[in-house]
Design a protein around this ligand. Structure first.
Ligand SMILES: Cc1cc2nc3c(=O)[nH]c(=O)nc-3n(C[C@H](O)[C@H](O)[C@H](O)COP(=O)(O)O)c2cc1C
Length: 347
């Protein structure tokens, strides 16, 4: 896949996710093999007004390269201004969000709402492309709802506007995150595309990543929810794609180590108070399916010192060692759902 100077064969990419793909999580995913990472989306309006929280989201480190900064907005002016600001932070490329379905974004005419205004979508794209020297890409969904799937109409407009790659989530806006992503629309889009297509939606395992490439013919794949609490998915997908052989699944030691690493990065970038606070939502996915997990989880989400959180995690690891020795760690149980079944313990 080629975007400007950047050339990577069959990249496995971390999707932009608000409140998830901050600096800490991006760097964790990089360490685990993600080829490209995206920032959380950043409001163009907030950037042009110099809102501190949004400006902070532009910060990255060299280890994250190649990375994309993603912006969203509903006017040409704000998007152009935000693009120029974002360019100063030297991303490998700039991505425009045309896919967010939420009220606070789509409800204000930005994100997926622009799928209902393909003309304006093209105008924003063209103006942003002209405003910066770096490549500009877009991320969108297949349409607003089932009755108005228009990705095949949107694609050439974006191409003509100078968009250099398209990440496509195989759902409509009205589906939000329900139902299943329809990969056949990604395939149909790829078949007509002159630019690289990055396929996105419901990749929960390395096998899914391989299947996504095979079924869509896409140039790259992008993983969102499947990476939360599971950064291993990148190295697993890369290994399967390049060698055809699966890596062993991570066991409790790997998962606890990743949680600790994530916490340390989080504290490094956000300080103890917010670093610890923001990690709280992640423990349940790192520890999902492990024995007696609710007890430790309850303690983890109350602890305020990062050092004590690490102590709790290491003590829990010792506990798990005991369960493993006694043959008492087993697969299955109330904490497993479709997702975590793919994260199952491996002995
Ligand atoms: C918590 C969360 C936050 C998200 N934030 C963004 C965002 O900031 N920008 C964006 O383009 N998509 C965002 N998405 C959508 C994902 O990038 C991705 O398109 C979607 O989750 C489908 O991929 P998946 O099935 O691999 O999760 C978000 C999704 C989730 C679950």
């Amino acid at each position: 896949m080629k975007i400007g100077e950047l050339e990577i064969e069959r990249p496995v990419i971390l999707a932009p996710m608000e409140d998830v793909t901050d600096r800490a999580f991006r760097q964790l995913c990089k360490r685990h093999g993600a080829d490209i990472v995206y920032t959380e989306f950043i409001s163009a309006e907030a950037l042009r007004r110099g809102v501190e929280k949004s400006l902070r989201k532009l910060k990255t480190d060299p280890i994250e390269r190649p990375f994309a900064i993603q912006i969203f907005g509903n006017t040409i002016e704000s998007m152009v201004e935000a693009a120029v600001i974002a360019e100063e932070y030297h991303p490998d490329y700039l991505d425009i969000n045309f896919g967010c379905p939420t009220k606070k974004v789509a409800g204000k005419g930005a994100g997926a709402a622009l799928l209902r205004e393909p003309e304006k979508m093209a105008q924003i794209s063209e103006a942003v492309v002209k405003a910066v020297k770096i490549p500009v890409t877009a991320k969108t969904r297949i349409g607003w709802d089932f009755d108005s799937i228009n990705i095949l109409d949107v694609l050439p407009r974006l191409e003509d506007a100078g968009i250099q790659a398209l990440a496509l989530h195989g759902r409509t806006r009205s589906q939000m995150y329900k139902g299943k992503a329809d990969w056949s629309w990604i395939r149909a889009t790829k078949e007509r595309a002159r630019i690289p297509i990055i396929a996105n939606g419901d990749i929960w395992s390395a096998d899914d990543a391989v299947a996504m490439f095979a079924e869509t013919g896409a140039d790259g794949v992008m993983i969102g929810r499947g990476s939360i609490g599971n950064p291993f998915i990148f190295e697993e997908a890369k290994a399967l794609l390049t060698t055809g052989k699966p890596l062993p699944l991570p066991d409790f030691r790997h998962r606890i180590a990743a949680a600790i690493e994530h916490l340390q990065l989080s504290v490094q970038f956000k300080g103890e108070k917010y670093g610890v606070l923001e990690m709280r939502r992640h423990y349940s996915t790192y520890l999902k399916g492990l024995p007696m997990v609710s007890r430790v989880r309850n303690k983890l989400v109350r602890e305020e010192s990062w050092e004590l959180v690490i102590e709790l995690l290491l003590a829990y690891q010792q506990e798990c060692e005991g369960y493993a020795r006694d043959g008492k760690i087993h697969v299955g149980g109330e904490y497993l759902n479709d997702h975590s079944e793919k994260l199952i313990l491996n002995y």
